[in-house]
Design a protein around this ligand. Structure first.
Ligand SMILES: [Fe+2]
Length: 149
């Protein structure tokens, strides 16, 4: 099996995970107001999850004979909580897309497929979680609009 294409995709994933470490850390630093109590820790946990995935992927790239990248992409940041949650949902959705593509390239190496599937499940949980959080915040927004209207 030629591992070059999958190593290349894993490096794109690694860049994305490093982006997550910075983006979620930044979100946890800058959140203020009453929601800080809830979200500072949630965003910090998500930064840790991204770091955990970066570690797994970096180690795997080396095991496959590749060189892990140390770059990341631009982060998205905002002081508006709904926008931060939307950015998080977009981030997690992109991760699902990227791991799905890596899985196609890993076809033929069962252990690598299982390894990537485990992380994919975690990424999908991120999508599910932020989807639900956004539903609630949209509902809260509507309730607020009704009250003032
Ligand atoms: Fe991840």
């Amino acid at each position: 099996m030629n591992y070059e294409p999958v190593i290349e995709q894993l490096n794109e994933i690694l860049k994305h995970e490093w982006t997550g470490v910075a983006q979620y850390s930044q979100a946890s630093f800058i959140i203020e107001g009453v929601w800080r109590e809830v979200y500072a820790e949630k965003f910090e946990d998500d930064a840790k999850e991204s770091f955990g995935h970066a570690k797994l992927i970096g180690d795997k790239i080396v095991a496959l004979g590749g060189v892990p990248v140390a770059q990341r992409n631009e982060i998205k940041q905002s002081r508006d909580l709904t926008e931060v949650l939307q950015n998080a949902l977009a981030f997690e959705s992109k991760a699902v897309e990227m791991y799905t593509k890596a899985l196609e390239l890993a076809e033929g190496d069962r252990a690598l497929v299982v390894f990537l599937e485990d992380i994919l499940v975690a990424e999908q949980e991120g999508v599910d979680e932020y989807t639900k959080l956004l539903r609630r915040s949209e509902a809260a927004g509507e309730a607020g609009a009704r009250k003032s209207g």
